[in-house]
Write a protein of this length. Structure first.
Length: 153
């Protein structure tokens, strides 16, 4: 039971930490030296060709540490805890996909309408981020944690 609780806590802690990893990566990598991968994500939809964006390469970048954690945690008994780090990363990745690609950008028509104060604040914050089409001057780099000015009163 103690082992289960520890692995559960590792999974939850990893999930929470991933919001800050995503924020840091978005601000300093995507809007930094890998802007060439992320730039097409800031273009209006009518300027894009096809379904995929270069920005989708970041899915692979984030999948690598998750996959490595799964493999090391599964095959090396002393590193079992890493399996649960991989699970936490995967769960955050699923959340990111569902909120960012499905809900916000509507790349898949799965959610007709989500309406809550929190979901509206996520939309407002992301809209503010996409108000700029350049890598400079953007705000709101996170996904689940939004700035106070976008939160409902």
């Amino acid at each position: 039971m103690i082992e289960f609780c520890l692995y559960f806590l590792i999974t939850i802690a990893t999930y929470i930490i991933m919001e800050f990893v995503a924020w840091f990566t978005h601000k300093y990598v995507m809007h930094g030296f890998l802007w060439s991968w992320h730039e097409d994500h800031h273009l209006p939809h009518f300027e894009k060709e096809g379904f995929f964006e270069k920005n989708d390469l970041f899915f692979i970048v984030f999948a690598i540490p998750s996959a490595a954690s799964y493999m090391l945690g599964t095959f090396i008994p002393s590193l079992t805890w890493l399996l649960f780090v991989g699970i936490g990363i995967s769960l955050y990745g699923l959340t990111y996909f569902l909120i960012h690609d499905v809900y916000i950008h509507k790349r898949f028509k799965w959610f007709k309408h989500l309406d809550s104060k929190y979901s509206r604040s996520i939309l407002k914050a992301h809209g503010a981020h996409h108000a700029k089409t350049t890598k400079e001057g953007c705000e709101e780099f996170g996904l689940l944690v939004v700035g106070k000015k976008y939160r409902p009163k």
